[in-house]
Design a protein around this ligand. Structure first.
Ligand code: ADP
Ligand code: MG
Length: 574
């Protein structure tokens, strides 16, 4: 009920189209229903009157029919054009709402949901919804008018013949409904199988280099063959059901005609029915047969549409965990003094603490380095500062202001992040660098590229800054991608910087090269560096050693060596 009510709200902006659509649908049905009546009048004239009268009767009938069909044509045009457009408008509205919402959902949501499913929500679920949105009310309306209208006329013409017809219709509805249900189950299975097929294909293609390097083509082929065969079997079941559904319906239709002829003939023979009315019966059967099937299919369309809509609601009703506080202020003109005060954190409510009572202080423009085993929580510490997650306990401040009291936009504008994995968007190098500040001029972009040591490389490319980098930047080496991401941050020019193993995916030579750019970048900025090679952080103002759930040592490089603890141990090993 809740779902249906929410669903109806999406019609609100298109009320006018919606009602016009229904009116047109009604007109179309009424014209169909009127035709046999007109024919009936004409045949009665044919049987009883002289040829002169008949000829004169043809003129008004021609006119009436002409006007009726012209109106019907206009209505049909409106229904199939504007009716479909209404569905498309609603689909557009929902898709935009879903996209906007996806953008606002927090990291924690993305930890738990996969992007393939999210894509399918944007595409197939919304399509089901829009199909139902316009065909649903329209078809229901048309079918009901045609079926009820036909039966009203049938009863008026001859109720004795109408009753057995009604019985056959009831049986047919029952049968169709059952068959259709089965058929829809096979449709669902079809969809699942094609989903498997696609993901199997996608997986192999994405990993084709791995497949070939292990010479595992045969194994992959067998796997694919199985999915492919599975899809075929599912199609088989589907078409079998479809066969019985359409065949069965045809049978019932035949039975209706047969019954009408035999029983109608009997009634005529016994003088209980006019012979001209038998033809009317056959015509009305033709009118309500297809709406019965449409009505049956509508139940499934509604289920599909509404369950798609429910999945849509699930997403848009998920509140983002991290949003601006009501009294949030923008963070402006900052110095860059960062403080962690007794910060504790766990990812999910039931998980154990990843950070337990972590405190440290970085004066504006100074740098700290985090070192520690993989999985000790270094990245987690950094992701709390831009509020990718919120602390479970304690607080983090910038220039004395709690980050939770700042607007997200202004907070994140002040922080630059360079990570191990670089994500480049499908587009040109220029666009990818400008992502750091979309309103930057070309001179500023070049300036940033120079600082990141990538300008010369870009100039050697045939299209220079307009070179297309392909999906995820596959056409560039790891070092080149990293330098583009550094140029992005130079352009953004934030006072606070996080370098999370920015060079750990690179070979020694690229690393040394990039290290220079990173040092340049870190100048005069408050910097948190996570390094996997200790040589790169010797000069940090303070080094924090992170272990299971907290900081266990801190000091400068020399102090820590002297202390002879964990850091000194790491240092000896490296
Ligand atoms: P580091 O950067 O030091 O290698 P992380 O901060 O990435 O360590 O991870 C610390 C711990 O938190 C690990 O045990 C890891 O499994 C866990 N963890 C990291 N990210 C998530 C996440 N998104 N959801 C749940 N647990 C996570
Ligand atoms: Mg990490």
């Amino acid at each position: 009920m809740h779902t249906l009510k929410k669903f109806i709200q999406y019609y609100a902006p298109y009320k006018k189209v919606f009602f016009l659509d229904l009116i047109c649908a009604a007109v179309i049905s009424l014209v169909d229903l009127a035709f046999p009546q007109i024919l009936r009048t004409l045949t009665k004239t044919l049987f009883t009157e002289s040829s002169d009268v008949i000829l004169w009767a043809l003129l008004p009938i021609t006119l009436v029919l002409l006007v009726m069909y012209m109106i019907q044509t206009g209505c049909k045009y409106y229904v199939s054009y504007q009716g479909h457009m209404m569905g498309a408008y609603m689909e557009r509205d929902m898709r935009q709402q879903l996209f906007d919402h996806y953008e606002r959902l927090s990291f924690s949501y993305y930890d738990q949901n996969n992007s393939g499913q999210m894509m399918s929500k944007l595409v197939s679920d919304l399509f089901d919804i829009s199909e139902f949105a316009h065909h649903g009310p329209e078809n229901l309306f048309i079918s009901l008018i045609k079926i009820i209208g036909s039966f009203v006329f049938l009863f008026l013409i001859n109720w004795k013949l109408a009753i057995p017809l009604l019985v056959i219709v009831a049986i047919m509805l029952f049968f169709s409904y059952g068959q259709n249900k089965k058929m829809q189950a096979t449709f669902m299975d079809n969809r699942r199988k094609i989903g498997n097929l696609n993901s199997s294909l996608q997986d192999t293609l994405a990993g084709i280099r791995v497949v070939q390097s292990f010479a595992n083509e045969d194994i992959e082929r067998e796997k694919f063959k199985k999915s492919n065969q599975g899809f075929l079997s599912s199609k088989n079941a589907n078409y079998r059901c479809m066969g019985s559904f359409t065949g069965g319906n045809l049978f019932f239709q035949g039975m209706m005609y047969l019954m009408t002829l035999v029983f109608g003939g009997w009634l005529i023979a016994h003088g209980q029915m006019e012979s001209a009315d038998l033809a009317m019966y056959a015509l009305y059967i033709g009118i309500f047969i297809s709406p019965i099937q449409i009505l049956v299919e509508l139940t499934e369309m509604m289920q599909k549409g509404l369950s798609g809509f429910r999945r849509f609601l699930d997403v848009v009703e998920t509140e983002p965990e991290i949003v601006d506080a009501e009294d949030a202020e923008p963070l402006e003109n900052i110095k860059g003094h960062v403080r962690y005060e007794h910060v504790s954190f766990h990812y999910n409510d039931d998980d154990s603490l990843v950070l337990d009572d972590v405190s440290f202080d970085i004066q504006a423009g100074k740098s700290i380095a985090l070192v520690g085993a993989s999985g000790s929580g270094k990245t987690t510490i950094c992701s709390l500062l831009p509020r990718f997650y919120d602390v479970s306990e304690g607080r983090i401040t910038i220039d004395g202001k709690d980050v939770r009291k700042l607007t997200l936009q202004s907070l994140r504008e002040q922080i630059g992040l360079v990570q191990q994995d670089v994500y480049l968007f499908c587009g040109s190098i220029r666009e990818n660098i400008a992502y750091g500040r979309p309103d930057a001029s070309m001179e500023e972009i070049i300036e940033a590229a120079k600082k990141a040591n990538i300008h010369e490389f870009i100039m050697e490319l045939p299209d220079g800054y307009e070179t297309f980098v392909g999906e995820r930047g596959t056409r560039l080496s790891g070092g080149q991608k990293q330098r583009i991401s550094i140029a992005r941050v130079f352009l953004k020019n934030p006072p606070i910087l996080i370098l999370d193993e920015a060079t750990s995916a690179l070979d020694n030579e690229s690393e040394r090269f990039i290290q220079q750019s990173l040092e340049e970048l870190a100048k005069d900025r408050t910097t948190i560096t996570i390094a996997h090679r200790l040589s790169t952080i010797r000069n940090a103002d303070e080094i924090l050693v992170v272990a299971e759930n907290g900081i266990v040592e801190c000091g400068t490089h020399d102090e820590l060596l002297e202390k002879g603890g964990i850091y000194a141990h790491y240092y000896e090993m490296s």
